[in-house]
Design a protein. Structure first.
Length: 346
C-alpha cells in the first residue's frame, strides 16, 4: 500500500482519535508569506485549523518568512504579508491565546535543527521530493541549496515543537513522510527525542481561481481575504466567461463559469450543479451577481473582525511578539534535547 492509500485508510480512525483525545495532539501548520491570503487558503486550510484549535488541539502556525526566498530573489513585502496573514487568521477564528503564531526568522533554535537533520537524509531523497521538483520547474532558475533542503526545513518546523499532527493536502504528503523519516532516524541513531508525526488529509476540495486554474497569488486569479466588498465585486465582474446563456458546470470546457459556480457553492454550502440549475438560462451576468452576493455575505463577518484589528495598530505586533516568545522557549528546549542526545551539551 502506498503512503497516500495508507494515510487515507487511517483518516477515519485518526479523526476520531483527535476528536476524543485532542489534548494528546500538537499540530503544526503554516505557509510562506508570499502574498495575501485568499479564499482558497480559507477553505483549504485556515478553517480546518480553527476547527482543530476549537477541539482543543494545541496549535502552532508558522509564517515561513525564510522560505519565501527558496525560489525568488527578493524578500520584498514579506513583513506586510506577515501582518496581513495574522489579521486574516484572527478574523477567521484563530485565537492567539490558544494558537502560537510565529515567524521562522525569529526562532533561531528551530533553524539550527536543520544542521543535524541534514545529516539524516540523502541528496537523492531530497531531489525526489515532488515540491522541490515542481518549485524548481516553476521558478526556471538553478536549484538553490535552500530549495533543495526545503523538505528538511519543513521537518524542523514540525519537529521543533515535537508536533505529531500535520494537516496537509495529498500533494504535500511527501513532506510529512520525510519528516517521519528524519524523526525515526534521529531516534535510532541518538535517542528517543521525537514522535513521528501523522498527516491529516484535509477534505476540502481545491477551490479554483476565477480563471479555472489553481487559485494562486501569482496568477492574479484569487479573491483575497483583505479585499473590500467593492473590490470583490470588481474582480468577479471581470471574470472571463463565455457567450452561452445556459449556465452549466463544466470545469474543462467552461473554466470561468465553473470557477464562479464553485466559488458560489463553497460560500453557500451547496453544490455547483445546483447553482447552475438555479440560474439556468439567465446567463453569466446573473451568475456573477449571485457569486458576488455569496462571497460578500460569507466574508462580511470576517471583514468586520479584520477592521477591528486594523483599528488597533499594535494588535498584530503583540500577537506576533507573544507567539515568537512562546515558539522560542519551546525551540530552545527541543534543541537542548537534541544536543544532549548527540552528546553536544556543554
Amino acid at each position: 500500500m502506498d503512503s497516500y492509500s495508507a494515510t487515507l485508510a487511517r483518516m477515519s480512525t485518526l479523526r476520531s482519535e483527535v476528536e476524543t483525545q485532542p489534548d494528546t495532539y500538537r499540530m503544526l501548520t503554516g505557509e510562506r508569506p508570499t502574498g495575501p491570503l485568499h479564499l482558497g487558503h480559507l477553505f483549504g486550510s485556515v478553517l480546518e485549523r480553527v476547527n482543530l484549535q476549537n477541539l482543543g488541539v494545541e496549535t502552532f502556525i508558522v509564517l515561513a518568512d525564510y522560505q519565501v526566498i527558496t525560489d525568488r530573489d527578493t524578500s520584498a513585502n514579506v513583513k506586510s504579508n506577515v501582518r496581513e496573514a495574522i489579521m486574516d487568521y484572527v478574523a477567521a477564528g484563530i485565537d492567539p491565546e490558544r494558537t502560537t503564531i510565529f515567524t521562522h526568522s525569529a526562532v533561531p533554535a528551530l533553524n539550527q535543527l536543520l544542521l543535524p537533520f541534514l545529516s539524516l537524509v540523502s541528496d537523492s531523497e531530497l531531489r525526489r521530493n515532488p515540491t522541490v521538483k515542481s518549485e524548481l520547474t516553476a521558478s526556471e532558475r538553478p536549484l538553490s541549496g535552500l530549495l533543495l533542503t526545503y523538505p528538511v526545513h519543513q521537518a524542523a518546523d514540525i519537529l521543533f515543537c515535537k508536533g505529531n499532527l500535520v494537516p496537509v493536502g495529498k500533494d504535500n504528503l511527501p513532506h510529512v513522510e520525510i519528516t517521519r523519516t528524519i524523526a525515526r532516524r534521529f531516534n535510532e541513531r541518538y535517542a528517543e527525542v521525537f514522535r513521528e508525526p501523522e498527516a491529516m488529509l484535509t477534505h476540502t476540495p481545491e477551490l479554483p481561481g476565477l480563471d479555472g486554474r489553481k487559485m494562486s497569488k501569482s496568477y492574479g486569479n484569487a479573491i483575497s481575504l483583505g479585499m473590500s466588498a467593492d473590490e470583490t465585486t470588481t474582480v468577479i465582474r471581470r471574470t472571463q466567461t463565455d457567450s452561452q446563456r445556459q449556465i452549466t458546470y463544466d470545469p474543462v470546457s467552461r473554466p470561468g463559469v465553473s470557477a464562479l459556480l464553485a466559488t458560489t457553492a463553497v460560500c453557500t454550502g451547496t453544490q455547483p450543479e445546483d447553482i447552475a440549475s438555479q440560474i439556468g438560462e439567465s446567463g453569466a451576468g446573473a451568475l456573477k451577481a449571485l457569486a458576488t452576493e455569496a462571497v460578500n455575505e460569507f466574508l462580511s463577518e470576517h471583514r468586520e473582525r479584520r477592521r477591528e484589528l486594523e483599528a488597533d495598530p499594535t494588535a498584530v505586533d503583540r500577537i506576533l511578539a507573544d507567539g515568537n516568545e512562546r515558539a522560542n522557549a519551546i525551540a530552545d528546549e527541543t534543541l537542548a534535547d537534541v544536543r544532549a542526545a548527540m552528546g553536544m551539551a556543554y
